[in-house]
Design a protein around this ligand. Structure first.
Ligand SMILES: [Zn+2]
Ligand SMILES: [Zn+2]
Length: 737
């Protein structure tokens, strides 16, 4: 679905040596210097390491897409370098099929970013360079053969300010840097210290934080952590800072964790900064995504707002990167190149010599430690911007309570009184479906997935119930009686959002109950519609998963009730308490953003736990100090670096044998010094869709030692992956263990 582009602006518009479109018509007579055989190292998105040799009759610049035949397939690859001689016999090197010159070469700083990501995450270059492009740029059939008139705009990139010496030799022909750019920002700032003429009046804390952010901008580089409680006005500061950057003629990259958050922010940005905005996230149509990508990479869009994949968009005049809710797990890609967009954003800012602002009410402990140690500048917003106090938090001990469908009398009473007052409430339960499992009253039967080591979850679908597996997607009807003993008395155990919704509708007949979770928002546009109804006050009680906890600003929301928080407390994952605390702070933060008197009720069996005690006081610093001390004692991140080797096989034994062999080989390497290599273990949910999964954890106090070992170990692992091993992979800085 190629976007309609202006016709060829004339050959040589980009000044590059790229050949004109040659397919299907034979190439015209080559100009001087052509005709000899040039060898190109081409990156392809195939599960094989290294680059691939192809030939052409003239040089092609790094960062240019080409169409090649790989095996029998036509593929889009990207030229990485011109080689003096091929790595294989010259007569085995195929010519490329076409140079895709609809775009100028990818800019040098973008190539550096991709190279760093490939190196750091131990992936072949082709698995980075191509998957991060908009889909239409990697499909051989989508190429129209038309050269883009936008070419010179993008070519003009060639990085302003402070790009470091990381450039590989191949990418070194980047051209001059522009030292004047940072000066322009400083000049603009000097004339704007007086204050701002639009937007709300800032609190004292906001004024101080903004001054700190502007210092960073004037300095031209560095990372700031903007630590502000929910409702403290972080977004307002992003907008003001962005305006400074725009006024200096530079671009802003604004990353948010969730697609659902883009419409609200997009509205604010447009209202305050105008329409020179592009939005990129994974739910866009291919055409929309390509258009946004082109506008940003040609410098036509001055603000790029997007989810993690927007990080890989070329920005010729980048002047600022903001990562909102920097602690959010959504910044970590969970398949393919398992990168952290937050970490790469920090790297990109450093490489470009531009400031990076990380914002959060509950920063990741990694970021918090950097701020504590002075690597990042810490700017705090301890109060809410609009004078309302933070909501009062109550812990209700469920051990001594008489529960009605999981609700304590205290929570039911609070819901009742909010209803009477005409306020809105939110019941938060991070579990979708009707009930997590179905169980036989007479025997031990439970609704187990046939393909996974997980329970099938009971869902209400239309008027009836079905069983669904949340891991493999398998579904089946609810049996009439127990499949094992024939007892018709099979019961749902526990509860999810649907059951809570049903109960609340019965318990409070006059109340309008609205459920917001992944099931209710599956159809395109349905999330927007549901949130719009919630915002418009068309619901008295919202029932939602973590989907409602982020960023939303519900005007009348005065009560938040939290069910089942303890489920995360004793997880085997050492990051679980950190995530639980962040989630509870975030959901608590939905309450009372417009008016005071808001209340949060957390039901728990363990009110004495540090997570809850710190929550009670809205005290992130206390929680972080405690959690960091624990991590330090145990040698866990951020006091160490980790990598996870994972294996999948039909039989778990094969996966474990492979990991055991990898462990033995790693242990024998000299590079293993200083790296702790744990025992291979099956995953908690070991089998998903009939594939068994296991993992092996590497841990080291220094990042360098870990990466040296992996570099020595990984290239030889394919030969160990025999037998039933279907797939193995390495994940750096894993977030779930
Ligand atoms: Zn039974
Ligand atoms: Zn399953």
């Amino acid at each position: 679905m190629p976007v309609k582009r202006p016709a060829d602006a004339g050959s040589g518009a980009s000044g590059s040596a790229v050949a004109p479109a040659a397919d299907p018509v034979p190439a015209p007579e080559p100009p001087d210097g052509a005709g000899e055989t040039i060898y190109l190292a081409v990156a392809l998105d195939v599960p094989l390491p290294g680059l691939f040799d192809y030939s052409h009759d003239r040089p092609v610049e790094p960062g240019v897409r080409v169409r090649v035949t790989f095996g029998r397939r036509a593929m889009v690859g990207m030229v990485w370098a011109v080689r003096e001689a091929p790595g294989v016999a010259a007569d085995r090197v195929r010519p490329i099929d076409a140079v895709l010159d609809d775009l100028p070469p990818m800019p040098a700083d973008w190539l550096r970013l991709a190279e760093f990501a490939a190196h750091y995450y131990h992936r072949p270059l082709g698995e980075v360079l191509l998957p991060v492009l908009p889909p239409s740029l990697r499909k051989p059939a989508a190429y129209t053969g038309a050269r883009s008139a936008g070419g010179p705009v993008c070519r003009a990139d060639r990085r302003p300010g402070g790009s470091r010496a990381r450039k590989s030799k191949e990418v070194a022909q980047a051209g001059p840097v522009d030292p004047a750019a940072g000066v322009a920002v400083a000049a603009r700032l000097a004339s704007d210290q007086a204050g701002d003429d639009e937007g709300p009046v800032l609190t004292d804390a906001q004024v101080r934080a903004l001054a700190g952010l502007r210092d960073l901008l004037a300095a031209g580089a560095g990372v700031a952590l903007l630590h502000g409680v929910t409702g403290s006005g972080k977004t307002e500061l992003y907008l003001r800072l962005a305006r400074d950057v725009l006024a200096a003629g530079r671009q802003v990259l604004l990353l948010v964790p969730e697609i659902n958050l883009t419409p609200q922010l997009e509205q604010s940005v447009r209202a305050r900064l105008g329409d020179r905005l592009a939005v990129i996230h994974s739910r866009l149509s291919e055409g929309d995504r390509l258009r946004a990508w082109l506008r940003a990479s040609r410098g036509q869009a001055e603000i790029l707002l997007g989810t993690r994949l927007a990080l890989f968009t070329p920005l010729p005049r980048a002047g600022l990167i903001v990562v909102d809710e920097e602690h959010d797990a959504s910044y970590k890609q969970q398949d393919g190149l398992r990168y952290s967009a937050r970490d790469l954003a920090v790297w990109r800012g450093h490489d470009l010599g531009i400031p990076v602002v990380l914002g959060s009410a509950t920063p990741s402990l990694e970021t918090w430690r950097h701020a504590q140690e002075g690597d990042y500048r810490l700017l705090s917003l301890p109060e809410r911007a609009q004078a309302q106090s933070l909501p009062e938090i109550r812990l209700v001990d469920t051990r001594r309570a008489r529960l009605e469908q999981g609700f304590t009398p205290q929570l039911l009473d609070a819901l009742e009184s909010r209803l009477t007052q005409g306020g809105q409430s939110l019941v938060f339960i991070n579990r979708r479906g009707y009930a997590p499992v179905l169980r036989c009253a007479s025997c031990a039967w439970v609704s187990q997935c046939r393909r996974c080591t997980a329970h099938m979850v009971l869902h209400r679908l239309g008027g009836r119930h079905v069983l669904q597996c949340h891991h493999c997607g398998d579904a089946m009807p609810v049996p009439r009686a127990c499949p094992d003993c024939g007892d018709p008395d099979i019961q749902p155990m526990g509860r999810g959002t649907q059951r809570v919704e049903e109960f609340l509708a019965e318990r409070f007949p006059g109340a309008r109950v609205l459920r917001i979770d992944a099931d209710a928002t599956r159809l395109k546009g349905s999330a927007e519609a549901l949130f719009a109804r919630a915002h418009a006050g068309e619901a008295d009680i919202l029932v939602g998963t973590q989907m409602v906890s982020k960023g939303h600003d519900f005007a009348r929301l005065g009560l938040v009730g939290v069910l089942n928080a303890d489920a995360m407390l004793f997880s085997q994952d050492f990051r679980a308490p950190e995530r639980l605390f962040a989630q509870l702070m975030q959901v608590a933060g939905r309450a009372g953003r417009r008016q005071g008197g808001a209340q949060v009720i957390v039901q728990t069996d363990y009110p004495e736990q540090t997570v809850y005690q710190a929550l009670l006081r809205h005290d992130y610093a206390r929680f972080a100090a405690y959690a960091l001390e624990e991590r330090r004692e145990l040698g866990l991140p951020p006091f160490s670096s980790q990598a996870l080797l994972t294996a999948q096989a039909v039989r778990v034994r094969d996966a474990l044998d492979f990991l055991e062999a990898a462990r033995a080989r790693a242990g024998a390497l000299t590079e293993a010094a200083g790296v702790r290599i744990h025992d291979p273990v099956p995953l908690r949910i070991v089998r998903v869709a009939r594939v068994e999964r296991a993992q092996l954890l590497f841990e080291s106090d220094g990042r360098g030692a870990l990466h040296r070992l992996l570099r020595a170990l990984l290239p030889g692992l394919d030969e160990l992956a025999r037998g039933g091993v279907q797939h193995w992979g390495i994940e750096i800085d894993p977030q779930e263990i």
